[in-house]
Design a protein around this ligand. Structure first.
Ligand code: BG6
Ligand code: MG
Length: 214
């Protein structure tokens, strides 16, 4: 029986994925690497460092450690500029209703995001108060697809892994949830998230009845 719901942030709660993509596109352009929306699928859910490594692999390039660090900082400053005006209008459809339902039904709720900017984003969209625990990219040593982030969420909410369900929009995140021994609910399309237990287009498609039945 599920007693704790763990939410990813980017692409699940808020539509920031497009801003990560735009920022990486600018880095790719600077490096002379062709980088499509399809390539961006590989970057979803993984850390900033792993994303840059993947981008360099796509372009078959190598950079020095100093340049690597500079590119990470530049990507982040472009991203922060892009989300400067972020507010609650960026919350994805039916997310707030689902959080209200879970809270009023006394489920534990946690946020587990690879992003080091997760707390900034959460503050800007004003959803902080819903979460019993927030684990971001600063708090973990092994990023998704490693299960560490979800196991930490279970520990902080005093839940057993088998009683946790994870909402994720990224293949790496679904892999991490399954590896943690949790129920994995994909938000997106079935082709990309074929490793999930269930997949829904968005929270509007998930009934409260379904959540209660888990
Ligand atoms: C994930 C996003 O949530 O966080 C990735 O899906 C992003 O696209 C990653 O690269 C790291 O984010 P940040 O804000 O620490 O660069
Ligand atoms: Mg995500």
């Amino acid at each position: 029986m599920i007693s704790c719901f763990i939410f990813d942030l980017d692409g699940v709660i808020v539509n920031t994925s497009v801003h990560h993509f735009r920022a990486w596109q600018q880095i790719a352009k600077r490096l002379g690497i062709e980088f499509s929306e399809n390539d961006n699928q590989k970057l979803k859910g993984i850390s900033r460092e792993d994303s840059l490594n993947t981008l360099l692999e796509i372009g078959n390039q190598k950079v020095s450690d100093i340049e690597f660090k500079k590119l990470l900082d530049l990507k982040n400053s472009i991203y922060l500029d892009l989300i400067n005006g972020l507010d609650k209008t960026a919350i994805l459809p039916s997310v707030t209703e689902k959080l209200n339902f879970l809270k009023s039904s006394s489920y534990k709720i946690a946020l587990a995001s690879s992003s080091k900017n997760a707390k900034t984003v959460l503050n800007r969209i004003g959803l902080n108060d819903y979460f019993d625990a927030v684990i971001d990219g600063n708090r973990i040593t092994k990023p998704k697809p490693d299960p560490e982030i979800f196991l930490t969420a279970a520990k902080l909410t005093e839940s057993n892994a088998e009683n946790c369900a994870v909402f994720e929009d990224a293949f790496a995140g679904i892999s991490a949830a399954k590896e943690a021994g949790m129920l994995a609910i994909g938000i997106g399309n079935k082709e990309d998230l074929y490793n999930a237990d269930y997949v829904f287009e968005d929270f509007g498609q998930i009934s409260n009845q379904f959540l209660k039945s888990l």
